[in-house]
Design a protein around this ligand. Structure first.
Ligand SMILES: NC(=O)c1ccc[n+]([C@@H]2O[C@H](COP(=O)([O-])OP(=O)(O)OC[C@H]3O[C@@H](n4cnc5c(N)ncnc54)[C@H](OP(=O)(O)O)[C@@H]3O)[C@@H](O)[C@H]2O)c1
Length: 134
């Protein structure tokens, strides 16, 4: 049975590059993005592409269910930068801050909690972060 990876935010950028690389190595992939009408060009092998927002609990459940019982790698790559240019914390709109935390902190942890029971010994979790701050 091929190894299975969940890679969030894999319609472009780092997530897509990572998914392409894993696909070329025979991994089965579950990927997402908010705007993902189908499997992106250049993705080889078994790919399940789910359109949705990692901040949405039902979408997160769908991602893990699509892995069909086994997650060898979870990559929390999708993230939100928030308002740009980045405001000082003194001026940061709190509703925007809550939204950033839901995507960047709560969603990755929630996916970890859902995926852990399906992760065999040796499986890995990769959390991609940013040091963008003011
Ligand atoms: N690029 C940099 O210079 C840099 C530097 C430091 C760290 N990073 C980190 O590296 C990671 C990837 O960066 P990147 O530059 O490759 O990003 P990117 O090109 O902007 O791609 C982000 C991906 O995540 C998806 N996404 C965003 N919000 C989402 C959400 N709420 N739910 C599901 N999917 C979502 C996007 O698709 P949709 O918009 O369609 O949802 C897209 O597929 C991020 O975590 C970022 O913070 C990047």
């Amino acid at each position: 049975m091929p190894s299975t990876a969940i890679v969030t935010g894999a319609s472009r950028g780092l997530g897509l590059a990572l998914a392409r690389s894993l696909g070329q190595r025979g991994w089965r992939l579950v990927i997402d993005a908010r705007d993902l009408p189908g499997v992106p060009d250049g993705l080889a092998g078994q790919v399940i592409a789910l359109q949705g927002d990692v901040a949405d609990p039902s979408h997160r459940r769908a991602l893990v269910e699509a892995a069909e019982g086994r997650v060898d790698l979870l990559v929390n790559n999708a993230s939100a930068l928030g308002p740009t240019p980045l405001p000082r914390l003194a001026d940061y709109p709190l509703d925007a801050l809550e939204s950033v935390y839901r995507v960047n902190a709560v969603a990755p942890l929630a996916l970890v909690q859902l995926a852990l029971p399906l992760m065999p010994a040796g499986a890995r979790i990769l959390n991609v972060t940013s040091d963008a701050a003011v």
